[in-house]
Design a protein around this ligand. Structure first.
Ligand SMILES: [Zn+2]
Length: 138
């Protein structure tokens, strides 16, 4: 079965650490749709904020990439490409390392909206009505 030259190393080499982490998150969230294989090219729709069509191609042993998102169109290896690559590696039976998940920046600080959500949950107030409610208590 012909397959594009996709490896964890190749993805890591092309993506910045931040992009890699975001792509990994997308992959774990199941953002990657069904992967189509066509010769040396794999493609899928990756749905994050918006659905984008991503392609990874084996271009004479080099990993080439294409994505319809603004970052991808600028020629950067975007998080969607990372997500597709990781999904393909997993489907291909290769192990995707999970060790780097700890590198993903964690939101430890509790935001105002989190506090509000907690408060509302405690008081059984639905989020739908929260905006109006919140105006009264501020
Ligand atoms: Zn993209």
């Amino acid at each position: 079965m012909p397959s594009p030259h996709i490896s964890l190393d190749a993805i890591r080499a092309l993506a910045s650490e931040k992009t890699f982490a975001r792509g990994m998150a997308y992959f774990h969230e199941g953002a990657v749709g069904t992967i189509d294989e066509d010769g040396d090219t794999i493609s899928a729709t990756v749905t994050g904020t918006h659905p984008y069509h991503v392609e990874l191609t084996n271009c004479d042993g080099e990993l080439d990439y294409d994505c319809t998102c603004p970052v991808g169109e600028d020629g950067e290896f975007c998080k969607h490409a990372v997500a597709l690559g990781l999904a393909w590696l997993e489907n291909g039976g290769e192990e995707v390392f999970h060790a780097d998940e700890s590198k993903t920046p964690k939101k430890k600080r509790v935001s105002k909206s989190d506090m509000l959500r907690k408060y509302l949950g405690k008081h059984r107030i639905s989020i739908r009505n929260s905006e109006r409610f919140f105006r009264h208590i501020v």
